[in-house]
Design a protein around this ligand. Structure first.
Ligand SMILES: [Zn+2]
Ligand SMILES: [Zn+2]
Length: 388
């Protein structure tokens, strides 16, 4: 009986962890308060009940695979060859904590390369397609893997237990943190605090938008916890930061105090460490801009070689109502690059007169955009500030 409990325990812990850590956010964000968190929602499309059931079914299978691999290492003679140590005093408390961080780094590296490999067209359908059936993932998708992928996911265990001296309790904490971040990546809602965007941490760690983009676009953003591998291998989705900012501007409004200097330092440091000396100069008109006097934020993007601007947020109630009434959120249309820093022959929508009027855009430096438009017989100039 004792033996039976010993063997069934890892699976019980695994499945309980799955239903509690994925179940609570599901209840909060999908069942009880979806309206409260509507601004946090990453994709417009909604996952259906059949998606949740498919995700849960595959996840239960994954918990069994993970438990079997765990038992194989802990209760078999292989245990003697692992670096797992028993006495809490064998290593310092600092090592106890550091070993958890190291395990996350090893897991992230293993995951990046394994994940990139299973995206190979010859392997993808058989191994990874099940996970990508969740185009808009829910917390239940966190373990939604094909049987083969579940084995590959579990095989990170030997890398960790043979490489890093870890106390079983540190392993236990690692497993909880790892699954917690996994659920956050599949949440479907961005819940990152506002301060993250201006901190150096943003340059290093992934967010829910990060992994969500992997699900909606099918490639890029292969990393699990850190942006390191994607950034250094050039596989990060170029729209990531813009998509992240779009949601955070919706949630918190635009941040006038955003420190570009801080971000540049963080990015510079990152590439310096990589030894690439690369920086992300913002000489493009694309990005997120704000008209401070009117309190309007829009995103400029390119489509078929032309520049368009979509409204993201309007601080003023009046403008919001005017735009809502006109059902027009594409403020700028059809701008073409004339020469460096100047774009012509497009239109800007004026909610006050409900009309599109011709305009010219000119970049001033990297962070200021001049928009010239003539309407009601008067030539008007407005300066927009870059938020990202
Ligand atoms: Zn994938
Ligand atoms: Zn995923």
């Amino acid at each position: 009986m004792e033996d039976f409990i010993q063997y069934i325990m890892p699976w019980l812990i695994n499945i309980l962890r799955y239903f509690i850590i994925a179940g609570i956010p599901f209840l909060v964000f999908y069942i009880c308060f979806p309206k409260v968190f509507s601004k946090n929602r990453i994709q417009k499309r909604l996952a259906k009940k059949k998606d949740f059931l498919r995700e849960i079914g595959h996840s239960i299978q994954t918990t069994i695979v993970l438990a079997v691999v765990f038992i194989l290492f802990i209760y078999s003679p292989l245990r003697a060859y692992t670096q797992i140590y028993d006495g809490l005093t064998s290593y310092s408390i600092w090592w106890f904590l550091l070993s958890i961080l190291l395990a996350l780094v090893v897991h992230d590296s293993y995951f990046y390369w394994m994940h990139k490999t299973i995206h190979h067209p010859k392997i993808y359908k058989k191994v990874h397609l099940i996970h990508h059936k969740s185009i808009n993932p829910s917390p239940w998708a966190s373990y939604s893997f094909h049987f083969y992928e579940a084995i590959l996911e579990a095989l990170v265990a030997p890398f960790i237990v043979f490489l890093i001296p870890m106390h079983p309790f540190a392993l236990f904490i690692f497993a909880f943190i790892a699954f917690g971040i996994n659920v956050y990546g599949h949440l479907g809602y961005e819940i990152a605090p506002k301060w993250l965007r201006n901190s150096i941490l943003f340059e290093w760690v992934t967010t829910s938008v990060y992994h969500n983009l992997h699900h909606s676009k099918f490639d890029g953003n292969y990393g699990l916890y850190f942006r390191f591998w994607d950034r250094s291998m050039g596989t990060e989705n170029p729209d990531y930061v813009r998509e992240y900012d779009k949601i955070q501007v919706k949630r918190f409004g635009s941040d006038k105090k955003r420190s570009h200097l801080k971000n540049s330092v963080a990015t510079g440091l990152f590439f310096l460490l990589l030894g690439m000396g690369k920086t992300t100069a913002q000489d493009s008109i694309l990005g997120i801009w704000k008209d401070d006097t009117k309190g309007v934020t829009m995103e400029l993007f390119e489509e078929n070689g032309k520049i368009y601007g979509n409204l993201i947020a309007a601080d003023s109630k009046k403008i919001n109502e005017q735009i809502k009434e006109a059902k027009n959120t594409t403020l700028l249309k059809n701008f073409q690059k004339k020469d460096t820093g100047s774009y012509c022959c497009g239109t800007i929508y004026q909610p006050q007169i409900k009309k599109e009027v011709s305009a010219t855009l000119t970049l001033h430096g990297t962070d200021s955009l001049k928009i010239n438009a003539t309407y009601m017989g008067i030539k008007r100039t407005r300066f927009w500030k870059r938020l990202y």
